[in-house]
Design a protein. Structure first.
Length: 179
């Protein structure tokens, strides 16, 4: 067994990425503290051809060395926009036709493996300590929960983003409801 070369992997250039058809998915980061988490979400968003990232509130913005450390160049490929508040981002996304879902454990949340959507979708990931802000929860169209079996019932935001984005891009294709 040998590792594949970059040529064999057919990686996109920055220009190819910018021109590529994107998934109709936007990631919204609600007051994320860690620059490493932000960089990781950029990298994951690049991997799945996510349309854009909304950085909200005190979420750090590129360029920054600590974001770049985990993004590994994804801040150059994935489009992003800053909003003063997450509420502003949600209102803008809804006005542009997106359904917006919090990734949060709330009453009547939809289990991730049961979620399917065939329209433009935005997913809101909350603060590392407090989760998605209560005021933000009042604006979203619903909530998606990642099922967990252990004692801990929370995941690092970068891990949660990887799980959710994989499911939205690939899991929905398996279910026949691809975006």
């Amino acid at each position: 067994m040998r590792k594949l070369s970059m040529d064999e992997l057919q990686r996109k250039t920055v220009d190819d990425f910018k021109k590529a058809d994107k998934q109709k998915i936007v990631v919204v980061l609600d007051n994320i503290r860690s620059m490493h988490n932000v960089g990781s979400v950029f990298r994951t968003s690049d991997a799945f051809l996510i349309e854009a990232i909304c950085l909200c509130g005190f979420t750090p913005q590129p360029p920054h060395r600590d974001i770049n450390k985990t993004a590994l160049g994804a801040t150059e490929t994935v489009d992003w926009i800053y909003y003063n508040t997450t509420n502003d981002a949600i209102i803008d996304l809804k006005n542009r036709g997106y359904k917006v879902y919090a990734i949060e454990q709330v009453e009547s949340s939809i289990s991730l493996e049961q979620f399917g959507c065939n329209e433009p979708t935005a997913v809101v990931f909350g603060n590392e300590v407090d989760g998605v802000d209560d005021e933000v929860l009042k604006l979203v169209d619903g909530s998606i929960e990642i099922p967990q079996l252990g004692m801990k019932h929370s995941l690092n935001i970068s891990v949660a983003a990887g799980i959710v984005l994989w499911q939205l891009v690939w899991g929905n294709k398996v279910l026949g409801t691809s975006l």
